[in-house]
Structure formats: C-alpha cells, structure tokens
Design a protein around this ligand. Structure first.
Ligand code: TPP
Ligand code: MG
Length: 583
C-alpha cells in the first residue's frame, strides 16, 4: 500500500464524524416515503418545507408545485384513488395547511387515501399562544376532519410516523391522514445508521379482509329469492380494482347493474346489462339490490322514499369493508363485510358452476325502458346548432371519449356535471373522476394534473365556468409541466344559467351571473398553451379532437346558451323552500 493510499483510507474509529455518516429530518422523511414507494408529492413551497421539496427533487422524487394548496390536495387525493397508494400533499403551516384541509376532508368523505403533510410552527410557542410565525394548533384542527392525525417530534420517529400514516390512509376504508411536522424536526440530526434502521417498510398496508362463510351464504339466500335483482356499483368498487371479479359476478348472474358516477366504466356503459339509462325504473322496481362499494347516502336518496318505490319492498345485500356502514339508512338484510375483491370472489365461489338468470320479464322491462330513454335522447345529442345547449355540446364530447376510451374524464359543475354524467359513456374503469360525495366544486384542475401525472394518459376536463374558477389558475401548472390536458369550459355566463336578474333591481348583476362571454381560452394562451373559442358542436369536437391528438395543454372555451341550464342541475329539489309564498 502506498503512503497516499494509507492517507486516503478512512479511519472511522478515530476521525470526527463526516457528514456522510449523519442524516437529518429532511432526509429521513424522503427516505421513508421512497422506501414505501411514494415518489410523487403535490404541494406549494414555503417556510418550513421549501428545502424539503428541493431535497425531494434532488433525491429523484417528482414534486409538483401548484398555485394553491387546495388544488395540490385534490391532486394528491385523486392520485390515491387511482393508485391505491396514499397521495401526498405538502404544505406550509397555518394558511397553507388550512387551504389543503378542504381536500383532506373531501378525500376522507370520498374514501380516497391521502396524506396531508404540513410543516408547523414551534410547539413551545404555539402551545403558549405566544404568536409564532403562522401559529396554529394544526393537529387539533385536522383531527375531526380526517381518518387519523399524527405529529412527529423526533427525527428517530419519522419512520414509524410515516408508516402509521400510510397504514391509516389505505387500510380498511381508505381516507385522509394528517401528518404534522414541526419546523425543528427537519433540522434534527441523527447518525445515518440509526436513521436507516429507524425506517419502516410497511408490509401489506391494506390487508385483504375476507368475509366469513355465513354472511356469504346469507347473501346468496336473499339473492335466490329475487324476482327483480339489481347490482349497484359505487366508487369503492372502482377503487378496489376488482374489475374482473365484478364483471364475472354481473355476467354470471345476468343481473342488470347501475354504476354510480365514478363507478362508470368498471363495465362499459354500453354493456347489455348496464341499467344506467333506466336508473329511475330499476331503483323503483328492483326487489333485491346488491350494493358493491356504494353507500346509501343522499346520492341514492338514503335507500328510501319515492325514488325507491313501495316502502318495505326492497331487500339489500351490501358489500363494504366497513361494518359500520351497514344499516346506516335502512335495514340491510345481508351485510357482507370485507374487501370488495375478496367478497366478490367469495360470492362467485359459493354460487358454484351455475346460477339461475333473473326472470326474463324483468330484463325485458329494464331493456325496454333503457331503449326508450336512449332513443329519446339521441336527436338532442346530434343537433349542430349555435348557441350550443348542454346536450348538443356533450354529444360532441361523447364521441371524443368513444374514440379514446382510455382518456380520463374529469367533470365538475352543476348542469355541466349532471348532463355529462348521463350523456358521456365510459368504457374503462377509473376513467371518470368527478365531484364525488360532496358535490364539491374546485377539484377540476387538481384532478386533471394528477390524472395526467399518475397515468400518463390523455385527460379531458369538462368543467362549468363557475367550477373552473375555483382552480383555474392551475392552467399555469398544466402548461409548466406540459401535461396532456384539454380543459373544456362550458361557458354559460354563470352558475346554472347566465340569465338571472338582480331581484333588487340595483346596478349589480344577479348573484349567479358572471361577465358575459368571458374569454377563458386566453388564460391558457397566457402560459403558452393553446386556447380555442368554439360556438358549435362541430367546432368543439374538432378542437378537442386535436388537443387529444397532440397532447398539448389546451383550453376550449365552449359557448353554451346562457338560458339552457336549470337551477342546481338535477338536484334543484335540495334547495330549501320557505313556507312563506313569494310576493
Ligand atoms: C366548494 C363549493 N362551493 C360552492 C358550491 C355550490 N355550487 C354547486 S354547483 C356550482 C357552480 C355551477 O355552475 P357551473 O360550474 O358554471 O355549472 P353550470 O350549471 O353552469 O353548467 C356551485 C357554485 C359547491 N358545490 N362547492
Ligand atoms: Mg356555468
């Protein structure tokens, strides 16, 4: 050995610790996420997490910076839905945290796995309320709005803290998790060895939950008695990625299925057993209903009332991972508790080789209603007139999705949402992403960004002009990352309609009315994307077709007749009506 080689050889026992042998909070957070296969982060930088974002990028993670945390949070939430891994949103303290919190609460309501990681101010000062920079007791505020909330105070606990967050987000019924990381944590230093040992690779984060035999048998006994059976698929079924099993169950039993909005495409809307176009008939007349990952909440009129026909005429079989879901609104005759893939395969196994088809008069009745409704709608979808109404504009977009069934459709608005849900057929699972359980506005651009990032597919976002306003600034984000997103703004000059008048007669326009004929496409042009203004279905179809072909960020401003919409779309009846008559 040469003298030089001797000098270069490290002597770990006597030399002072070099930087390589140390790690810190920043790196442990990054290492813990990467170890668990989390490589995408959606957020907005600032104190105390700016450097965390930089170091994440340096470590090869993809860090998507947004213009507002709510949109980053919505992106993380839908990333969780699409991948079954928790989507991560990273925010600064107090205001950034609060901006992200809407998305976290929405994720929890919709059962999307998500982790909101927020930097926070110093505990000692926050707890004595001494007025720290962006002071807020974030953990306490987050707790009631998510599935679980944790704070990590010591760098040595980062591995465990992140493992707990991941498990809480994806196990059982998925949901939002809050992780509070005080500023000081990031700078804490630990020996690299000890740090590496403190990390946890989560084994089997969402274990299968296999249903017991008895409930499966009970479910089949109930099903055998059915004369008019129906299967309802919810977005839980889409999340479960049990597509083959679900299709096998539908086809083996020959039972008509009704997909909830985000379950469209698990089986194609054009499948012969799809009852989507006969929704009101099947809900009213079915006698046994199998609910798969769908809840009997307001979206299904709580399982009772006029929508559901004769009181007491229904028997429900419900498949859900959460036992508390059973009997939430009406009695469930056959609860089957477990994960959807396991429950569906247990039902299929217990059915044996053959299962009797439903009575043919039921299938005939469903088909007759379906065909009549489809025929009634057809001419409205084909009109090529200006100004467009919702039907003619959506008729054009329906063709675009038919030609590109692997594109992801993001949809929000009131009329824009309700009409698109009914008109645009979906052909593949998890391709329709929308306002979900709350009917929340503002998911549009966040969902579109994450859909493009997580799947690499083309994204078509069909949004009302009001809905677009909630996240519209993210067109810059879409342009910055050069994402294959085409945004179509259904521009009817306002919320529901652009024709309302101020009942007080003053100079202000009505509360639901916006600037007339606004040029939303210029917003996209401002950041280097393509902007198009269209007034006819033909122009709309051409502009969107080109955007889907090129994959270039595009905004199509589609002029819709301001008088075409109805109050609150299809849910106008939810508006409270006073007993006092209007003057
Ligand atoms: C966060 C949030 N704020 C407000 C609402 C109430 N809201 C429901 S639909 C809607 C906008 C509807 O207008 P638009 O998106 O233009 O759709 P249109 O019916 O005109 O097609 C609003 C503000 C909501 N659902 N969510
Ligand atoms: Mg509108």
């Amino acid at each position: 050995m040469t003298d030089a080689a001797v000098q270069q050889k490290p002597a770990p026992t006597i030399a002072p610790q070099s930087e390589q042998e140390l790690t810190d909070g920043f790196h442990l957070v990054i290492d813990a996420l990467k170890l668990n296969g989390i490589n995408h982060v959606y957020g907005v930088p600032g104190i105390p997490i700016t450097d965390l974002g930089r170091k994440m990028q340096a470590a090869g993670m993809r860090v998507l910076s947004f213009r507002h945390e709510q949109n980053a949070g919505n992106a993380a939430a839908i990333a969780g839905f699409l991948t079954k891994k928790p989507g991560v949103c990273l925010t600064v303290s107090a205001p950034g945290f609060l901006n992200g919190l809407v998305a976290l609460a929405n994720a929890t309501t919709n059962c999307f796995p998500m982790i909101l990681i927020s930097g926070s101010s110093e505990r000692e000062i926050v707890d004595l309320q001494q007025g720290d920079y962006e002071e807020m007791d974030q953990l306490a505020i987050a707790k009631p709005l998510c599935k679980a909330a944790f704070r990590i105070l010591h760098a040595a606990d980062i591995g465990i803290g992140i493992a707990r967050a991941i498990r809480a987000a994806v196990s059982g019924r998925p949901g939002g998790v809050y992780l509070d990381l005080p500023a000081k944590l990031f700078a804490q230093v630990l020996e690299a060895d000890a740090g590496a040992k403190s990390l946890v690779k989560v084994i089997d984060p969402a274990p299968a939950q296999i249903p017991a035999l008895e409930p499966v048998k009970r479910a089949l006994d109930v099903l055998k008695s059915a004369k008019r059976p129906l299967i309802i698929l919810g977005k839980g079924a889409a999340y479960a990625q049990a597509d083959d099993g679900i299709r096998a169950l539908v086809e083996k039993t020959g039972i008509p299925f009704l997909p909830m909005s985000m379950a469209k495409g698990i089986l194609p809307d054009t499948h012969p057993l799809s009852a989507g176009a006969a929704r009101s008939t099947v809900l009213k007349d079915a006698d046994v209903i199998i609910m798969i990952g769908a809840r009997l909440n307001w979206l299904l009129s709580h399982g009772k009332g006029k929508t559901w026909g004769e009181p007491g005429s229904k028997k429900f079989i419900q498949i859900d991972i959460d036992p508390k879901e059973m009997d939430s609104n009406v009695a469930i005759a056959a609860p089957v508790v477990g994960d959807i893939a396991s429950c569906v395969s247990a039902l299929l196994n217990a059915m044996g080789e053959k299962w009797p088809a439903p009575p043919s008069d039921w299938i005939k009745a469903v088909n007759a209603k379906k065909e009549a409704n489809i025929a009634k709608m057809a001419p409205r979808l084909m009109k090529n007139s200006a100004p467009m109404d919702f039907h003619s504009a959506l008729g054009a977009l329906r063709t675009v999705i038919k030609e590109r069934p692997d594109a992801i459709l993001v949809n929000e608005g009131a009329n824009t949402l309700d009409q698109a849900r009914g008109i645009i057929d979906m052909y593949q699972p998890r391709k329709r992403l929308d306002v979900g359980t709350w009917g929340i506005m503002g998911i549009g651009m966040g969902f579109a960004v994450a859909a493009a990032i997580e799947t690499g597919k083309r994204v078509l976002a069909v949004v009302g002009d009001s809905a677009f306003g909630f996240s519209g600034m993210e067109v810059e984000t879409i342009c910055r990352y050069k994402l294959p997103v085409c945004v179509v703004v259904f521009n009817n000059n306002g919320i529901y309609r652009g024709t309302d008048v101020n009942p007080g007669g003053g100079p202000d326009v009505a509360t639901t009315v916006f600037v007339k004929d606004a040029r939303y496409e210029k917003l996209m042009e401002a950041f280097g994307g393509i902007g198009v203004h269209v007034t006819t279905p033909d122009e709309l179809k051409r502009a969107v077709g080109e955007a889907m072909q090129s994959g270039k960020p595009t905004l199509v401003n589609a002029a819709i007749d301001p008088a075409a919409g109805s109050e609150s779309g299809n849910i106008g009846k939810l508006n409270p009506q006073s007993a006092i008559r209007k003057k």
